[in-house]
Design a protein around this ligand. Structure first.
Ligand code: ASP
Length: 339
């Protein structure tokens, strides 16, 4: 039986670093180097490898992700594996999931430990990601799974995966739904399919639209005694500092410090403003608490409810909606799917 054709796209990140003369790790390895370090890949798939960039994922931008999505759409492959840095993997995977609706697996992987360390996880994660992309169950359910992330022998949904530790090997988790599959020996063990009604609604809405340039979204994290002065500064600037939307990392079930509430409501009148749980998961409350900065008051004042979307993922969705020219009503409808 012929092996599946898996296309590897290397963006950079720790998985692609090598030491410079001082011993500091620098971006340097390309896709061929990554593949060359894992001879077993050739037993699983016919591999095509391509170096897209050599940057840390903290330096990636929305424009590059749109270009990457276009490239993935154009590939003639049975599956795609993207390697990148871990720092923004929770965002990049979600952006790609918003942009792609394919019937081939798209798997993202990375490394927590660099190639100079004895316990480097890059080669193992790459092997696991290719196994996942080539697996018959994953291929059969590719559209239902959406873009997935494989780290340390687990498979996560892009909408839920979070980086939960800056350095340790088990730095990724899907805190709301748990992993979709596990890897053991040379097998993929399916565990769950994600609920994708909200994501499917995004795909239907964006289908046939084209994005036309960046739509910067400000992220404001609410914390005890926050006076909201940065929001005041944004509103006072003639061009709103270039921001076209905002996400509020709200406390608890969707609350903000009372002293910042008036300015938040003014912000929501000026640009689409999404309230998202700073606790990382949701859903948020809708109708429990009263009072000026309660979820009832904020929802009534026109703030868009981000539901269970982590603020980073809410920001990615809002940027995407604004870039594609959706109006406030259409944006609120899409976010409603995550409530
Ligand atoms: N700073 C690196 C990056 O995100 C970290 C990593 O790859 O783990 O590119």
């Amino acid at each position: 039986m012929s092996k599946p054709r898996i296309h590897i796209l290397a963006l950079g990140g720790t998985i692609a670093t090598r030491p410079d003369a001082t011993g500091a790790m620098q971006m340097g390895l390309g896709a061929d180097d990554l593949v060359g370090a894992v001879p077993l890949l050739a037993t699983i798939a016919d591999i095509e490898a391509e170096t897209v960039s050599r940057v840390g994922s903290h330096s990636l931008g929305f424009d590059q992700l749109h270009a990457l999505a276009a490239k993935i759409r154009s590939l003639k492959a049975d599956g795609v594996v993207v390697t990148q840095g871990t720092d923004t993997l929770e965002e990049t995977s979600f952006v790609l999931d918003l942009l792609l609706d394919l019937d081939i697996p798209v798997v993202i992987t990375a490394a927590m430990r660099n190639p100079a360390l004895t316990s480097a996880d890059g080669p193992g994660n790459l092997l696991a990601a290719v196994r996942v992309a080539a697996d018959p169950w994953v291929r059969e359910h590719a559209r239902a799974l959406g873009v997935i992330v494989t780290m340390l022998d687990e498979v996560y949904a892009a909408a839920d995966v979070l980086k939960v530790h800056p350095t340790r090997l088990n730095a990724f988790a899907s805190t709301q739904t748990g992993p979709l599959a596990a890897l053991v020996e040379d097998r993929i063990v399916p565990l769950a399919l994600p609920v994708r009604d909200a994501m499917n609604a995004v795909h239907r809405r964006l289908d046939a639209l084209t994005g036309d340039g960046a739509a910067p979204v400000a992220l404001f994290w609410m914390s005890i005694d926050e006076p909201g002065r940065l929001i005041e500064a944004l509103l006072a600037a003639p061009d709103r500092l270039g921001y076209r939307g905002a996400v509020i990392g709200a406390m608890g079930g969707g609350h903000t410090p009372e002293r910042a509430t008036d300015i938040l409501i003014k912000l929501a009148a000026a640009v689409p403003t999404v309230v998202s749980p700073r606790a990382g998961g949701g859903p948020l409350l809708e109708k429990t608490y009263g009072g000026p900065s309660s979820e009832i008051a904020l929802r009534g004042a026109g703030l868009i409810w981000g539901g269970r979307l982590h603020p980073l993922k809410a920001r990615a969705l809002l940027e995407t909606c604004l870039r594609f020219g959706l109006d406030r009503k259409a944006i609120a409808e899409l976010f409603a799917g995550w409530n």
